[in-house]
Ligand binder design. Structure first.
Ligand code: BYC
Ligand code: FE
Ligand code: FE
Length: 472
């Protein structure tokens, strides 16, 4: 049951051929998707790319690798295997069988969650559209395209749920997902970070490290959903997400490694003369991507999140490993807050209201592991410099800290000071221009740009020195 039927127009393991109406609806959406891909997807012309394609959902061999023209990528619909005995793990329906259909009373909330999730997927492809033209190597170019096609598949995953379970409204939402676009003034993408630019490869690695990681945590909570098709979809998406994390983590590793090498060899912090990226600029990019990604978790206290949880729509990270009543009506939690006299502090609230904070904290701990990793690279180069995560209140636009200005250390700034000093902490036009000046394409097999170290490993057992992408 798990292998996809590749004879079909839309590869799937959901028995699409058994539901003619749904199949026709998705087949009608497919040309819109391709038109969007042509207009908003990767701009660099290629003949074919060495890509992973999901073909099954089993533990082993769920994907196969091969050269494919990107436009012919088989974006398919895959749900993790169904557990017929699955029960709801939290909220007021705890212990009841998971739902195969959307309960009427939760239709609007579920639709909203699926639309928000679906909106981010094509947004990231749009943000990364022009990066191919400046790839530091064919290996990196291939990874960019792998991320792009999989985010395209994640869009398919959400569109499938909308078409299969939300009727006409779902079909309209599916059209809207292709109509909004990243950074547009008239119809922007829904969440802030997805309207920012990803103009260079340092931004791309930061995005895949910090913003795709929000995806990991949000998908992890939707995987707990009582709505079983959503749960199974997210479970499978998480498999692909691991590669996106790898691209970000090792991408930043390699930038830091190269910078550290130039610093150590030349005994200087100013690596610009050697075509590397100064640590100070890396830190500013980190500050930016981390803080806009923190915003993606919503407000510290949220009645939306409480409602989703009580209804069983969205759980917690690792819900089943938590040792509490999974209802959270009597527990309390300390959340970040700004006190009445304007100090950064904490406030005690009912745990149910603190779910965004709970998830954000899990995410922050995970982000910190990357920073330790990059600091180990600096350490082995015998450099005293260290990278760090800025304070949780730094540069926030959503939630308790949206109204205050603080330094990366969390110190309050006097009015006007933020405007004057933000260039110390966030990338300035000068920084961005410098980074962009380094973004010269290296599209030759086995070669790599001077601002980044080569990867330790290639893809799927292939060496770094391999023709991962055939340009046209
Ligand atoms: N920008 O009650 P609150 C991924 C809105 S990434 C703009 O705290 P809630 C991926 C909010 O909508 C994962 N607006 O919000 C990564 C609400 O509006 P209304 C994406 C924002 O609902 C890389 C109001 O402010 N998936 O997969 O508790 C590449 C009050 O907020 C923002 C999901 O997000 C923002 N940043 O939490 C590709 C999962 N934040 O109701 C893909 C689904 C909040 O007043 N989404 N607002 O009109 C959710 O679970 C929740 O909606 C949120 C927000 C966590 C996003
Ligand atoms: Fe995704
Ligand atoms: Fe992703």
């Amino acid at each position: 049951m798990t292998a996809a039927d590749y004879q079909e127009k839309i590869p799937n393991n959901v028995g699409l051929h058994e539901d003619r109406r749904l199949q026709r609806a998705l087949e009608a959406w497919q040309p819109s998707f391709l038109a969007w891909w042509d207009a908003m997807g990767p701009a660099l012309p290629t003949r074919d790319v060495y890509l992973r394609t999901a073909v099954s959902v089993g533990r082993e061999g769920w994907a196969r690798f091969g050269f494919v023209p990107m436009r012919e990528y088989r974006w398919g619909i895959f749900l993790a295997e169904r557990d017929p005995g699955r029960r709801i793990a939290f909220g007021e329906h705890k212990g009841e069988p998971a739902w195969e259909k959307v309960p009427g009373e939760y239709r609007a909330d579920l639709r909203r969650l699926i639309v928000i999730q679906g909106d981010t997927e094509p947004a990231s492809v749009e943000q990364q559209r022009y990066l191919g033209a400046t790839a530091p190597s064919l290996y990196d170019l291939r990874n960019l395209f792998q991320v792009n096609v999989e985010e395209g598949r994640h869009l398919w995953a959400m569109v499938y749920l909308l078409h299969a379970h939300f009727g006409r409204e779902g079909r309209e939402e599916a059209e809207e997902l292709l109509r909004r676009s990243s950074g547009s003034l008239e119809s922007p993408r829904i969440l802030g970070a997805f309207n920012e630019q990803t103009p260079d490869w340092l931004s791309f690695y930061m995005f895949t490290y910090f913003t795709d990681r929000d995806g990991k945590y949000q998908l992890g909570t939707l995987k707990e959903s009582a709505f079983d098709p959503l749960s199974r979809t997210c479970e499978f998406m998480l498999k692909e997400e691991a590669h996106h994390m790898m691209v970000g983590t090792t991408g930043i590793d390699r930038v830091v490694e190269r910078t550290a090498q130039v610093m150590a060899e030349n005994d200087t912090d100013d690596v610009t003369g050697h075509g590397a990226i100064p640590l100070a600029i890396i830190q500013k990019y980190l500050n930016f991507h981390y803080s806009v990604s923190l915003d993606l978790f919503g407000s510290e206290t949220s009645t939306n999140a409480a409602r989703y949880y009580t209804a069983g729509l969205k759980g917690r990270w690792m819900e089943e490993r938590r040792r509490d009543d999974h209802a959270l009506t009597s527990d309390s939690m300390l959340v970040d807050a700004v006190t009445e006299d304007g100090e950064i502090g904490q406030q005690e609230v009912v745990a149910l209201l603190a779910l965004n904070t709970d998830l954000r904290r899990q995410y922050i701990a995970d982000c910190a592991s990357g920073v330790s990793r990059w600091n180990r690279i600096l350490e082995s180069a015998r450099l005293p410099h260290r990278l760090r995560l800025p304070h949780v209140a730094f540069n926030r636009k959503v939630g308790a800290f949206a109204g205050i200005d603080v330094t990366p250390d969390g110190e309050r700034l006097a009015p006007g000071e933020w405007e004057r000093r933000k260039g110390e902490w966030l990338p300035t036009e000068v920084d961005k221009t410098y980074v962009r000046s380094l973004m010269q394409p290296v599209h030759e097999r086995g070669k790599i740009a001077a601002w980044i170290a080569p990867p330790r490993q290639g893809i799927n057992g292939k060496p770094f020195d391999w023709d991962y992408v055939h340009l046209s």
